[in-house]
Ligand binder design. Sequence first.
Ligand SMILES: Cc1cc2nc3c(=O)[nH]c(=O)nc-3n(C[C@H](O)[C@H](O)[C@H](O)COP(=O)(O)OP(=O)(O)OC[C@H]3O[C@@H](n4cnc5c(N)ncnc54)[C@H](O)[C@@H]3O)c2cc1C
Length: 554
Amino acid sequence: MANSKAYFAFRIEGMTCDGCARHVTKALEAVPGVERAEVGSWKSGRAVVISSPEVSSETVMEAVRKAGYAAVLLERRSLEAEKQIPSTGAGFDLMIIGGGSAAFAAAIKAAELGARVAIIEKGVIGGTCVNIGCVPSKTLIKAAELCYQSAYPHFEGLTACPPPSDWQRVVAQKDELVAALRQEKYVHVAGQYPNITIFKGEAKFAGRRQVILNGETYSPGKIVIATGSLPWAPPIPGLQEAGYIDSTQALSLSELPDSLIIIGAGSIGLEFAQLFARFGVRVMVLEGQAHLAAAQEPEIGEAITRYFEEEKIRVCLNARIEGVARQRGRYVVSAHIDGKVQECEAARVMVATGRRPNTAHLGLESAGIQTGLKGEIVVNEQLQTSNPDIYAAGDCIGEPMYVYVAAYAGGIAAENALRGVGRVYDLTALPAVTFTDPQIATVGFTERQARERGFLVKSLRLDLSNVPRAVASRDTRGLIKLVAAEDTGRLLGAHVLAADAGEVIQEATLAIRFGLTIEDLVNTFHPYLTMVEGLKLAALTFAKDVTKLSCCAA
Ligand SMILES: Cc1cc2nc3c(=O)[nH]c(=O)nc-3n(C[C@H](O)[C@H](O)[C@H](O)COP(=O)(O)OP(=O)(O)OC[C@H]3O[C@@H](n4cnc5c(N)ncnc54)[C@H](O)[C@@H]3O)c2cc1C
């Protein structure tokens, strides 16, 4: 057949870093007739190549050898067979369980491949991000920021919390935005693909390829599980009896409490702590670790603690919660803080101790699908579960739980399920942002992680008082920390605490992904009076004292 393709899988030997993986990818892509080459990560030691049928495995292996590595052929097959997407009596080539971001990405990819697709959603279409996650939380955070800045334009001399603003109106505006985006980005989008059908109902497995929905059994060609995650609370004595709110309820409180205790200070805990404090709620954060944002560089945790305390948010670190009780309509949390048990009282308690994959009621056992300790569906690097006909994507496969990761995974899962093309799920250079003010944004290794991986490391920290954008904006809160390989100068990690850190981090993400060095950052133009210029200044600090430079880092 004129347009048939060849699929190869190779084991690649000799790769020791992400740069090696990129060299091998380039070498593979340069082979005449190769249409696509993917090397998941150097650790995976695997490459997948899709090419025209006349390309031989020897030619590909020779190209890898010339690049300085060795390739061993694991599999070669024709992709002709996959052109006929499997279909069954039920009429669906792909059934997707869940109707959030991973599911939509999978459905659109599958529809583009010509498959007939079913999405099954038991709740509200669109899933977490648009309904109860990214969108509503970020719009409330923006509203809180505006309210706070209008009360305290210069963030100085703060002695009391700003007055509560019109919370109900803000929540109503948030609900309008959510409804509009859900309609535009999910309902309308699905309507543009005639081969996507959306079912309402709860799906459950009844066999290796049988799904029960609303009393009917379906046997689709392939299945993608994209059931997301749910807020998780640790087994704290008295917590369930006393009751608490999670992030979903916090987004829609009918009225603001006068005070709030937040247990847990990861991204969600931090974002909500500042959000409510800025609406005038007295907020206390109880964190079991030694720093806020414990997964980040300690400098960032220390700085954000300081800024929170400046906003009158009470931060208790190394807190061990002993119990929660309800007394006279209020909540009392007993916790070991600073070596003694303290009783902390508030009108509400919010638990923000992470999320767990939503997989408990799917009947996964009957489909032969394995799960891990936290209920996450176990997948290989192509997102295939222990049942070869079933793939999984998004929060239900565990950390990292971000919407852009879920959407990326959904597309890969659908393509691999329908075409068997072996696309690899590759999380190299994954940026992450916490939407506090200032924002926390990171990519790559922390200094400690880099050392643990055996790198000889050089690192430095630049305070934002050295960055003209921050000075001009009269907000010099924050810092930039860069981690680089001592020998090559390659950037290994970037950690930014700054207004707009989420924008700044993208340059560092590209730099890490494409193996750039500190020198490359220094030698690249950065517009004056932008926050991203701070990255260049931080890079320059490896060689120079930036306080002795004129403007534009000259
Ligand atoms: C407060 C908050 C803020 C966040 N902010 C950000 C952010 O700023 N940036 C970011 O990248 N990420 C953010 N996230 C994370 C992000 O929202 C998730 O990672 C992402 O939405 C997960 O997408 P998903 O498709 O895997 O799951 P979901 O979007 O949760 O979709 C799963 C869907 O499956 C349905 N379902 C479950 N079981 C069944 C069943 N048996 N049958 C049928 N349907 C079923 C559920 O009802 C749900 O709608 C945030 C999350 C929260 C909670």
